[in-house]
Design a binder for this molecule. Structure first.
Ligand code: KIV
Ligand code: ZN
Length: 514
């Protein structure tokens, strides 16, 4: 034992992360990510906001059923009905937490809540008391604490600790804080609140000024012993504090920080890839820890130094965060059980033999064309198989594209639209534009393409292309993703995935139009 305090890692990828427009995840995807976070030994997983929708409730419950070693938490406003719903959702958990919040800044209390500060305190106390009726593990957040008055924070926090809150979160909801100032807030709160020793103080920082990680780490220096963060820094607007950066900062600079973390860091890169592939939010190449260039040395001087003595230019080992896990794993002679066992290692389990067979069939097709199949190929392929569901209203049957120097590209598609084979053709500025125009000539979705991105799944010229698209329709944003050796086919499948998701979302929101 080092004698250092433990820093609790609270991951909110599935809740705050999912609040990024277009980053919605299905129940199964959330369970898959949660299982990997559990393997990584994340202490607390915020699985969702149970009252937000029946889908959110089911996802929190499914995560609470599937994960046994991490505490499972649901967010709730400081309202009786929210707390009851959160309690119901976390019931199956071995260890569950209710996280309740109310805004405490003058601007939020006056304009959003339209409540007097004293009434806010009473509502917070009532919420915490109700939550304690369900569990001893209650967290209270002062929303917009970053712009709240210190005296008011002291008053409300003392009362909620008396009511039984055991974690006190000080969110910088709008990403306004500066590191030294945020650290001082923790020092002051811990020193001035008479019962502060009965609770753990927590950071929760947004990245609007690019300071989420710096602020979180400053909060730790000020006395916080829980950090709320997300994989890849996913989160509202500019995102949340990135789990991988916080964990690796604390580990790498153990000479500096008075805390230690229990995270098994080799799962960091696989988790980053899983979150990126599920949400369609690509990781920028120069992103710390998990970007593809994070450990790449381009300049001759750096390469020379690293070859002579790695620590000349590297402060961390790539393999410690899981970079070496993208192994060449299977080939065209691998059988079904090797395929199933290997995916199980990667955290993927099939809920039916049909799903396994479908994915295995796609693996065989890919292995025929591509000799070396890597972990990332498998994850992309399985994701593709899982996202094609019987209820999809449109599927791709076949695709033919003609593209020649000096000629306008032409696309001919056959789509299955609600069970009916429908041909579609169009021309466009490029082969992808022609294919999108062809499918829109039939589907007339009215959706606006906000983003289109192509990434190579693995290294090498025979890599699959992974395509992410983001579509907007009447204020709703969805993403679609697909992988294929053929970029145009991947693009069409990603576009159809987004349209099917949009249709499912709109049916959920307006069942009367369905
Ligand atoms: O940013 C924020 O204030 C939040 C709270 C609900 C914890 O996400
Ligand atoms: Zn937040």
């Amino acid at each position: 034992m080092s004698g250092k305090d433990k820093l609790i890692i609270f991951d909110t990828t599935l809740r705050d992360g999912e609040q990024s427009p277009g980053a919605s995840m299905t129940k199964d995807e959330k369970v898959r990510i949660a299982k990997l976070l559990e393997k990584m030994r994340v202490d607390v997983i915020e699985a969702g906001f149970a009252i937000a929708s029946p889908g959110d409730f089911e996802a929190v419950k499914a995560v609470a059923e599937a994960v046994k070693d991490s505490t499972i938490c649901s967010l709730s406003r400081a309202l009786d009905k929210d707390i009851d719903r959160a309690a119901e959702a976390i019931k199956p958990a071995n260890s569950g937490r209710i996280h309740t919040f109310i805004a405490t800044s003058p601007i939020h209390m006056k304009f959003k809540l339209q409540m007097e500060p004293e009434a806010v305190i009473e509502q917070a106390v009532r919420a915490v008391t109700r939550a304690r009726g369900y569990t001893d593990n209650v967290e209270f957040s002062c929303e917009d604490a970053g712009r709240s008055e210190l005296d008011f924070l002291c008053r409300i926090i003392e009362r909620v600790i008396d009511a039984g809150a055991r974690t006190i979160n000080i969110p910088d909801t709008v990403g306004y804080a500066m590191p030294e100032q945020y650290a001082e807030v923790f020092r002051q709160l811990i020193a001035r609140i008479p019962n502060s020793d009965k609770a753990i103080f927590s950071t929760h920082c947004h990245n609007d000024l690019g300071l989420a990680v710096a602020n979180s780490l400053a909060g730790v220096m000020g006395g916080a012993r829980q950090v709320e963060c997300t994989i890849n820094g996913l989160g509202e607007r500019a995102g949340n504090a990135s789990l991988e950066e916080i964990v690796m900062a604390v580990k790498t600079r153990k000479d500096y920080f008075p805390v230690e973390v229990g995270i098994d860091t080799v799962h960091i890169v696989p988790a980053s890839k899983m979150v990126s592939s599920v949400t369609g939010f690509a990781v920028q190449p120069n992103k710390a820890i998990v970007g593809s260039n994070a450990f790449a040395h381009e300049s001759g001087i750096h390469q020379d130094g690293v070859l002579k003595h790695r620590e000349t230019y590297e402060i961390m080992r790539a393999e410690d965060v899981g970079w070496s896990t993208n192994r060449m794993v299977l080939g065209k002679h691998s059988g079904r059980s090797a395929f199933r066992a290997h995916l199980k290692d990667l955290g993927v389990e099939f809920d039916s033999e049909v799903a396994l067979n479908m994915a295995f069939q796609r693996f065989k097709e890919l292995a025929d064309k591509k000799h070396e199949i890597f972990d990332d190929d498998l994850l992309a392929l399985v994701k593709d198989s899982q996202q094609i569901v019987d209820s999809d209203f449109v599927k791709l049957v076949s695709l033919k594209v003609h593209s020649e120097t000096g000629e306008t590209p032409q696309a001919n598609l056959v789509l299955d639209v609600e069970g009916k084979e429908t041909p579609a053709q169009a021309s466009g500025a490029g082969p992808v534009a022609a294919a999108f125009a062809a499918l829109e000539s039939v589907l007339k979705s009215g959706a606006h393409l906000q983003e289109y991105a192509v990434n190579a799944v693995t290294e090498g010229i025979d890599s699959q292309a992974e395509v992410n698209v983001r579509l907007e329709h009447e204020g709703h944003v969805v993403t679609g993703h697909a992988a294929d050796l053929d970029i145009v086919a991947a693009s069409v499948k990603a576009y159809l995935h987004a349209l099917n998701t949009m249709r499912a979302l709109e049916e959920r929101l307006h069942p009367e139009h369905g």
